[in-house]
Write a protein that binds this ligand. Structure first.
Ligand SMILES: [Zn+2]
Length: 346
């Protein structure tokens, strides 16, 4: 009789379930309390014949352990379900949400674009993966120019060394945008080409394998060097302050003739000379010049009817001058401690 009762209870216990803590407590009272099933069995156990006591005693202990384990596991399950929801406070406001900041290169690029847009320049875009034809050949680069060397430029594919459209590369300057634009548009036009460019350089505080440029191009009838100088002076004063002076030094680029490097008066010492400008009072900021007639002709523009000027600057360079960032690598490390410093800059 007693053995049957134990078997019946074991079966019953294996199917127990509880919806809440109240249910668990009820089960505990039913089986494990003083007046519960187990104690009732213990009372009956006293009347069991001596030779059966050992066997039935083991069975009762087994039942007691099974009930205790089951009730504990039901309680744990309920606890787990409750803590899952407990962390979410639906009455709490979602604010303040931490806002990110604009990247310093984006801030400076936008500022450059804003200044030139006010002078009538429109945006033009081109591919970052381009061919030799648009990046070098149309821009009057000699066949043996060092920029065409694997050491300087990332070539992706050179399936035919003699066919410039089959040499695919990561553009080394945004001037490729200009050849794409010129071969599909008739002058007059005034364009601005911002974008990322690539050079095969070892990464250090002063050089990186990619950086950003903004280039400008104006082609029309009777465009002169004077126009270029005035546009660049306006840019320098807008970017670095109304007291800024500019200086143009003769230089060489394959795609412009004559060519010049432009310096601005050091905005830190005001031109008196300091460690930042290496005591010269001037800092270099961009390259420029009159578009070489060979470039215009290569793009299908009559160089006898039209002239033009072009200029190009490194966004990192301008950002360094404006905010004195000493290490180029900071721009691409995504360190929020660095980026947060530009929180108040617009
Ligand atoms: Zn200085």
């Amino acid at each position: 009789m007693l053995l049957e009762k134990i078997e019946e209870l074991l079966k019953e216990v294996s199917n127990l379930s509880a919806k809440n803590a109240e249910d668990v407590e009820q089960l505990r009272l039913k089986y494990l309390s003083k007046k519960g099933e187990i104690n009732a069995l213990m009372a009956d156990f006293r009347n069991v014949a001596a030779d059966e006591k050992k066997n039935i005693g083991i069975k009762i202990n087994e039942l007691k352990k099974t009930v205790t384990d089951k009730i504990n596991s039901l309680r744990e399950q309920l606890d787990e379900n409750q803590t899952e929801g407990a962390d979410i406070d639906l009455t709490r406001t979602a604010y303040p949400i931490r806002l990110g900041t604009r990247h310093p290169l984006t801030i400076v690029t936008n500022k450059i674009i804003d200044i030139f847009q006010r002078m009538g320049f429109v945006m033009a875009d081109g591919p970052e993966i381009d061919d030799d034809k648009h990046v070098f050949t149309m821009l009057n680069f000699a066949a043996d120019h060092p920029a065409r060397d694997m050491q300087d430029t990332f070539f992706i594919e050179q399936s035919d060394p003699n066919d410039v459209t089959k040499n695919i590369l990561l553009r080394s300057h945004t001037s490729g945008d200009q050849s794409h634009f010129m071969e599909t548009h008739k002058p007059p036009f005034r364009i601005l080409c911002p974008g990322r460019v690539y050079r095969n350089e070892a990464i250090s505080a002063r050089a990186h394998c990619f950086f950003h440029q903004v280039e400008g191009l104006y082609v029309d009838k009777n465009v002169s060097f004077t126009d270029l100088k005035q546009v660049l002076l306006t840019f320098a004063r807008e970017m670095f302050g109304p007291e800024t002076k500019i200086r143009l030094r003769p230089s060489y680029f394959p795609f412009t003739e004559p060519s010049a490097e432009m310096d601005i008066s050091c905005h830190i010492c005001g031109g008196k000379g300091c460690s930042f400008c290496k005591q010269t009072g001037w800092v270099e900021i961009l390259g420029c010049g009159m578009v070489d007639p060979n470039v215009l002709e290569a793009c299908g523009i009559d160089s006898k009817e039209y002239t033009g000027y072009a200029f190009g600057m490194g966004v990192e360079r301008i950002t360094n001058l404006k905010y004195r960032v000493s290490d180029l690598r900071l721009f691409s490390e995504n360190d929020t401690r660095f980026l947060k410093e530009f929180e108040t800059v617009h």
